[in-house]
Design a protein around this ligand. Structure first.
Ligand code: NAI
Length: 286
């Protein structure tokens, strides 16, 4: 088993909303970081937004020019999963069990037995994703929050087969990335997403019932002390990702009505209105 000092390189699978932030922090700390995506355009977009974040950091006096240069130098981008060989790999692709399982069995076949494989899933039980692996003991959940380069919290979730030493090492690794790790039990949505689900689901119900419009709901929730209303937050998270998480939790909790996905949200997904990342969601960003 690896010790923290043996972790020299990090693989990040998926260069979308979460993958880009995770790659940024790993590279900033000094890890050689391999960022993978199936889409070249996603990799280009990710590098642009990492550069933008670093420039913002320079403006605020939190990042030096030298740090920006070394961070960008530490990141290499690849479109072949075969090329993701690293000591610690974090997956952040779409929230679909079968797709994640396929990616992990590939990652397992090309990486050393000492490599820790982590998923950033928001809702799918870790035991389920790790079930097809030959070595599920080195597989774990490492759930970051959006925006990943800013938010401090990380939920670390052991599956039924995860080795305790892997859990401790992941916690230590999260600390190296400047995060505060909280150990969570393996259950659908873990802690934060399970509690927060109702924020979105109920907001959508209020909208569907015509009680109030998007702007009014968000404004009222904000004025009651929340940083963002549910629709602003869904646009930040990704309306598609948020919908997949709700759907996954609804199914995991045996179609419990309190997690039922919303038709309005389904329509947004179908129309490609995925929030800030697509230029349009509940609000227009174009
Ligand atoms: P996203 O839709 O912004 O990005 C996903 C990326 O994965 C895309 O660029 C896509 O091209 C890529 N990808 C790479 N390999 C893929 C494959 N085999 N199949 C499909 N896509 C592939 O997604 P986002 O929001 O970054 O979510 C990623 C994961 O992180 C999900 O599991 C989600 O639940 C989780 N998460 C999301 C948060 C959020 O606020 N968006 C917060 C915490 C966790």
């Amino acid at each position: 088993m690896n010790s923290i000092d043996n972790i020299k390189s990090v693989g990040v699978i998926g260069a979308g909303t979460m993958g880009q932030g995770i790659a940024q922090i790993a590279a900033m700390v000094g890890y050689k970081t391999i960022l993978f995506d199936i889409e070249n355009s996603a990799l280009d977009k990710a590098l642009q937004s990492i550069e933008k974040n670093l420039e913002k950091g320079i403006e605020k006096g939190k990042v030096t020019n030298e740090q920006k240069t070394t961070t960008l130098q530490n990141i290499s981008t690849v479109v072949e999963l075969n090329e993701v060989k690293a000591d610690f790999v974090i997956e952040a692709i779409i929230e679909k069990l079968e797709v994640k399982q396929k990616v992990f069995s590939k990652l397992e076949s090309i990486n050393s037995e000492n490599t820790i494989l982590a998923t950033n899933t928001s809702s799918i039980p870790i035991t389920q994703i790790g079930a097809g692996l030959k070595h599920p003991e080195r597989f774990i959940g490492m759930h970051f929050f959006n925006p990943a380069h800013i938010m401090k919290l990380v939920e670390v979730i052991s599956g039924a087969a995860t080795d305790d030493k892997v859990a401790l090492l992941t916690k230590e690794f999260a600390g190296k990335l400047g995060k505060v790790a909280v150990m969570a039990k393996d259950s659908p949505g873990f802690i934060v997403n399970r509690v927060a689900r109702h924020f979105y689901v109920e907001g959508l119900k209020v909208l569907e019932e015509g009680v109030a419009d998007v702007e009014t709901i968000d404004k009222l929730i904000q004025s009651s002390g929340f940083k963002m209303g549910p629709f602003q937050l869904m646009d930040l998270i990704g309306v598609d990702t948020n919908f997949s998480v709700t759907t996954s939790m609804y199914n995991s909790f045996y179609q419990d009505a309190k997690f039922r996905p919303s038709r309005i949200q389904q329509q947004k997904v179908d129309a490609g209105h995925h929030g800030r990342k697509s230029g349009k969601g509940f609000y227009n960003y174009e």
